[in-house]
Design a protein around this ligand. Structure first.
Ligand code: GDP
Ligand code: IMO
Ligand code: MG
Length: 429
């Protein structure tokens, strides 16, 4: 049995798409377990660049079954567009399985996402405005429609009627927005239903059977630990559980099925959207990281905020996810720097702390305590083993490892699949 989870250890965009693609050779299944099309996972494979939002990275391998688990929220319009794009690119999406229990993003969810952000004004979260928050809100308040409802128009209509009685009032009375009729949404969604139907399955049963038969299942996280609804920088978070526990609830497997939990972090750190960010850089180093790292959002194109590697955050991610390994990406981006800072602790409430503060106000006021390390100033994009790296780059990785108290098992030194150093990953026998 091999259940392997990959989660973002920072605020997302750590390179989950690349690493999932890289490890896909060894897997039988790649499962998305939370989030929706707020995610943007980039894969560079065989000279082509794919940007996936809903479909699991692994789609291009004929031996893999890609699965969208129950914990994901699905915008069927976006899903079908993504399927069409992949098919036009010569890839088959026939094997894709979609959980019957996954919730649907409805047109009013997209409207309400934008409207709520507008209402928040200066306090906005900076969401992707894809309707993610409102869809999870309806799931929790038991007003949501699910993928299985697409298979029965009568049930779909009945549930939509209940939802719209509330949603239309909110849209018109609170936000002054146009309302929807049951007929128009039903017509639109029944149009999608036909194409989605062949993919619908009881995915939890299928994944558990696979694990029971010693197949390898890779649970591909979206977003990152600090965007987790419970463990992130609330309220500046997403509305799902991108931490490792989310893989269990979002795919329908027990915790004992998970053998390895990989946490992925950039060799620095970025964030999109609002919220506290202790190591954020507003100077020329920040500008360099943005430029060299190409730090613009895969989903919204927004410029990502950049900062020094935050060891407090990654140590926190080790703890809340039970990480067994770290994957460090974008080490090559630091090659232009003479010296590199790493945050080892925060100062708040008048003294140093090694742990993330529980209280939001303390996190807002946390001042990073840095250790400055020498840079290497040479091209590392061709390095393929740890020993190929310059000494200062090896020392940087060792420093991160000591701080996190978890081994750095994989190091990425460029965006393509080959630009990777495998330190502790034994290919499947
Ligand atoms: P994800 O959301 O975690 O899958 O990450 P994104 O795809 O949104 O953003 C990561 C970006 O970094 C993508 O453009 C990747 O192609 C790129 N990338 C991944 N690993 C590396 C690396 O080691 N070096 C460089 N220079 N780019 C990388
Ligand atoms: P991947 O999977 C980075 C951020 C948004 C916003 C907050 C809430 O590519 O790493 P939402 O639309 O989810 O309600 O927005 O979360 N966010 C991401 N940031 N990477 C992502 O996904 C993100 N998905 C959401 O910018 O701050
Ligand atoms: Mg991304």
């Amino acid at each position: 049995m091999a259940g392997i989870v990959l989660v973002g250890a920072q605020w997302g965009d750590e390179g989950k798409g690349k690493i999932t693609d890289l490890l896909a050779d060894d897997m039988d299944y790649v499962v998305r377990f939370q989030g929706g099309n707020n995610a943007g996972h980039t894969i560079i494979h065989g000279g082509r660049t794919l940007k996936l939002h809903l479909i699991p990275s692994g789609i291009m391998y004929p031996h893999i079954t890609p699965v969208i688990g129950n914990g994901v929220v699905i915008d069927p319009k976006v899903l079908l567009e993504e399927i069409d794009e992949l098919e036009a690119d010569g890839l088959t999406t026939r094997r894709l399985l979609i959980s019957c229990n996954a919730h649907l993003i409805m047109p009013y969810h997209r409207d309400l996402d934008g409207a709520s952000e507008k209402l928040l004004g200066g306090n906005e979260i900076g969401t992707t405005r894809r309707g993610i928050g409102p869809a999870y809100q309806d799931k929790a308040s038991r007003l949501g429609l699910r993928v299985q409802d697409l298979t029965d128009e009568k049930i779909f209509r009945a549930k939509l009627e209940v939802a719209l009685s509330e949603k239309n009032a909110v849209l018109s009375k609170i936000h002054g927005l146009p309302t929807y009729t049951v007929d128009e949404i039903t017509e639109e969604y029944m149009g999608y239903a036909e194409r989605i139907r062949p993919h619908i399955a009881d995915t939890s049963v299928i994944i558990n059977k696979a694990l029971g038969a010693d197949q390898w299942v890779f649970f591909e996280g979206a977003q990152g630990t600090l965007l987790d609804l419970d463990h992130g920088t609330y309220p500046f978070v997403t509305s799902s559980s991108p931490t490792a526990g989310g893989a269990c609830t979002g795919a329908g497997v027990g915790p004992k099925r998970i053998d390895r939990v990989l946490g992925i972090a950039k060799a620095y750190i970025t964030r999109v959207g609002s919220g506290p960010f202790p190591t954020e850089l507003h100077d020329e180093v920040g500008a360099l990281l943005t430029r060299v790292g190409g730090e613009f959002g895969t989903t919204t194109g927004r410029q990502r905020r950049c900062g020094w590697y935050d060891g407090v955050i990654v140590r926190y991610a080790v703890q809340v996810n039970g990480l067994t390994d770290l994957v460090i990406t974008k080490l090559d981006v630091l090659s232009e720097l003479d010296t590199i800072k790493v945050c080892t602790a925060y100062e708040y409430e008048g003294r140093p702390h090694r742990d993330l503060p529980c209280h939001q106000t303390s996190f807002h006021h946390a001042k990073p305590i840095y250790e400055e390390l020498p840079g290497w100033r040479e091209d590392i994009t061709q390095c393929r083993t740890f020993d190929d790296l310059p000494k200062n780059a090896r020392d940087y990785i060792s420093f991160i490892e000591d701080l996190a108290e978890v081994p750095v098992s994989i190091i990425a030194v460029g965006p393509s699949r080959e630009q990777t150093i495998m330190r502790r990953w034994e290919p499947r026998p």
